[in-house]
Design a protein around this ligand. Sequence first.
Ligand code: N01
Length: 531
Amino acid sequence: MNYFDSIIIGAGFSGLYQLHNFRDKLNLKSLVIEEGNDIGGTWYWNGYPGARCDSESYTYGYTFSKEIYENWKWKERYPKQTIILKYLNYVSKKLDLKKDILFNHKVVNGRYLDKKNLWKVKTNKNKIFFCKYLISAVGSLSSANIPNIKGIKNFNGEWYHSGRWPKKFINFKNKIVAQIGTGSSGIQIAPEIAKIAKKIVIFQRTPNYSIPARNSKLTKDFKKHIKNNYQKIRKLLKETPGGHAFNFSKKSVFDFNEKKRNLIYERAWKKGSLSFRATFKDITKTIKANKTASKFIKNKILSVVKNKKFAKILTNFDHPFTSKRPTLNTNYYETFNKKNVELVDLISNPIIEITQKGIKTHEKKYSFDKIIFATGFDAFTGSILNLNLIGKKNKTLKSLWKNGPKTYLGIMIPDFPNLFVVQGPGSPSVLTNVPVQIEQHVEWITNCIDYLEKNKKQRIEATTNLANIWSKEIIKLAKASLFMKAKSSWYKGDNIPGKPKIFIPYPGGMPKYRSICDKVKKNKYKQFKIS
Ligand code: N01
């Protein structure tokens, strides 16, 4: 029988660290099953032009090992997708992880066998495995959202999704390219395509606030600082709400007059990075304070973009800054000053259909050689639901979650014993610098299973009551935040037709979340049903 103590689905940041913990710390016979032909998870799939991380490189990685942390040398302020893959390969080699990964196998279903207390897992190549513990490490942003636009199948040219970027070389030189979507991915793609394509037409539904990344090579001194401050950096990442290496200012927007405040914003703008939102303590907390930041960003965009019509479309915001995922950019707004770049406002001029030759909007027919979909993901739930999991009493995860995900801590699901989710819906996940959340989750799961094994327990399960309490807590926190002020956002499922409209990630910040998880551990998981 193909039996393992634990099976981990996905070989990204989560799966790799989980494998190391289970195999090398708990001595569990473990296997990772990965759909791609190499490690990397989100960074394996998102190989689009311009793909780069928004978190600063020295904070975007594992911190569990001083040796691993110190011996990897980041070269730029923000790491490129290819560099992150190199980094993960370095870690994987160091820990000898690949030997326990089955590549090119996609898990197509998993069923909990009540009597045997085992999970039965099947792959697309009809391989069947059994395990005691099943771990979903499939990530929050893995299920590509390809919009169901009429005629998509008729297009004669090639089309691509940013989150499933082909491994082959794609030549955009002298091509006429369409890009649909202007989120974090689209904002990175457009400037790169504009450099080489004959023409790029960017189709924008909703404008995003974007802050300059100000990427640069790391100086010798900064590299030394990283190396000499491993413990300090690690501690800081655990203390800040988003798991980043920046703290929020203690000052309010209203501690300053407009002139002084704008000077402070100006300084933050010049510095760039996601820390812009932390310029004042209340930007992310109250609408009144937030309006000053939103206005500052709007004026910056208006000052860069020369074409008045484009500038208006790019600043026609329908949400407060940070109520949706803030984005970073390198020359995104400057790109609209190029002659080969056009911007289409889908609010006033929606897409009617995709034709053989290109895209037909309400106002015009366009011809394209290629179409890029930077249209995001069925976030949080899409990739885990695609595993087609069936728990106790033949209950499918799809039916359990038909009105929205139900989890406890975003880690465990009622009626799905011994199934653990890394970065699941209901955990802080994408509201944080993700590797920081991943380490915390993997370590919590490892400790929990260690407890079960040492105490000769066979299974652990969250109760429905626990999951309901957790959902209520998330809704309460979300209502008190600015996140609910966004008219439409993938944080609350608005981007996928038919998806329940409910705020999904835990918005209380990492330190609070961590302390809740630590308490559960300290109380020996008493909240759960353990047998
Ligand atoms: O996806 P998104 P993303 N017709 O959902 C538009 C992480 N990430 O891949 O805003 C027309 O943000 C949609 O419009 P609207 C990061 O967490 C990280 O860009 O819904 N347009 C939006 O403009 C990030 O937040 C990094 O009105 C349609 C865009 O497509 C997350 O991934 C880099 C449409 C989708 O934006 C997702 O970012 C990249 C339709 N039918 C990603 N459907 C870094 O760290 C959707 N859109 C750098």
